[in-house]
Write a protein that binds this ligand. Structure first.
Ligand code: TXA
Ligand code: MG
Length: 313
């Protein structure tokens, strides 16, 4: 894949929006860092984000929207959200709120959590793209997993050239730090310090924010115990079926459900959470899962499956 470099002109923004509409990945500038954007409603697009970054885990992503009104279509809004959004949106603040059941977003975006991280970015190019696309854009920072976040299009190209459809060059990001993340699904809590100072948040709230300790299990969303696990025991690397088990297949096997009959890891990632939920409704004694190759997206799939298979507390 050749990564197209687009300008911030209206015609190029339309090209970028068209690519997002086709499920392709487009990196774009926000005021914090460049984001790696994909249609948040499209399972395959979101799977491609994890693939392009080579993330070894499905941690949840931030969804970018054009306005408070749009945000309210995806999350359950509350007074505190209103207060923070009116003070700081558009801007470098992400709010974590309960996901609306009718949100229609890919389960991969939230890593199947019941909450959603959402923000309205301030960068004019991000805003133009969100307006042209007219939909929710999932976007982690546009760097390979484990590398520093990009603040120029050249950084994005250095890390992801050939792995994404396009990058919109909107110059350097002025904040240069990721957004500050505040959790509002329970007590208002600072989940990640970032481009918006804690003092500004507390001034707007008129109260101190709870801080999350680094040893708090919530600090690694990928590890959250609230993560969904199927009711039946899960057995991995199954090459046969034991009595009462049903098979969640991968590749050419006869199975109750198949993550990807053709053995495509991107398709398997896109199907993972749906299929786990669906397997749960089959009332099997156990869920056996075919071996999944442990490279590329297979690493994140296996990480998630190991959690589903881990002994329950
Ligand atoms: O400035 C930013 O926030 C940039 C730009 C592109 O918007 N994005 C960014 O995304 O930094 P990312 O994927 O690198 O970081 C997202 C963070 C992760 O630490 C993730 O765990 C957390 O947001 N997060 C996402 N959804 C969450 C949720 N439902 N609950 C708690 N944390 C969540
Ligand atoms: Mg990042």
């Amino acid at each position: 894949m050749k990564t197209e470099i687009l300008t911030a002109d209206a015609s190029d923004i339309d090209r970028a929006a068209a690519r997002l509409n086709r499920g392709e990945l487009v990196a774009f500038p926000t005021e914090t860092v460049y984001g790696l954007g994909g249609d948040a409603r499209d399972d395959m697009a979101v799977a491609r984000i994890f693939e392009a970054k080579a993330r070894p885990q499905f941690n949840p992503l931030i969804v970018h929207v054009d306005s408070v009104q749009t945000a309210q279509r995806y999350v359950q809004w509350c007074d505190t959200a209103d207060r923070l959004a009116s003070a700081f949106w558009p801007g470098p603040l992400t709010l974590v709120l309960p996901l609306r059941p009718d949100a229609g977003l890919s389960a991969l975006v939230t890593a199947d959590l019941p909450t959603l991280a959402i923000r309205v970015p301030a960068h004019p190019v991000a805003r133009a793209l969100l307006t042209a696309f007219d939909g929710p854009v999932a976007a982690p920072s546009a760097n390979p997993s484990g590398k520093i976040s990009p603040t120029t299009a050249a950084h994005v190209i250095a890390g992801l050239s050939g792995r994404i459809a396009a990058v919109v060059d909107g110059g350097a990001c002025n904040v240069g730090l990721e957004s500050t993340i505040v959790g509002l699904s329970e007590t208002p809590t600072l989940l990640r310090p970032g481009g918006l100072p804690l003092e500004a948040l507390e001034a707007a709230l008129g109260a101190p924010l709870a801080l999350r300790g680094s040893d708090d299990p919530l600090s690694a969303p990928g590890q959250m115990t609230s993560h969904y696990a199927p009711g039946a025991p899960v057995r991995l690397n199954a090459t046969d079926l034991r009595p009462g088990e049903k098979l969640l297949g991968f590749g050419k096997v006869e199975a109750a459900m198949n993550l990807s009959p053709s053995g495509d890891l991107t398709e398997a990632a896109a199907n993972l959470f749906h299929h786990l939920h669906a397997m749960d409704t089959l009332n099997a004694k156990g869920i056996a899962v075919s071996p999944i190759p442990d490279h590329g997206l297979g690493r994140a799939i296996n990480d998630r499956l190991r959690r589903a298979a881990a002994p329950r507390p």
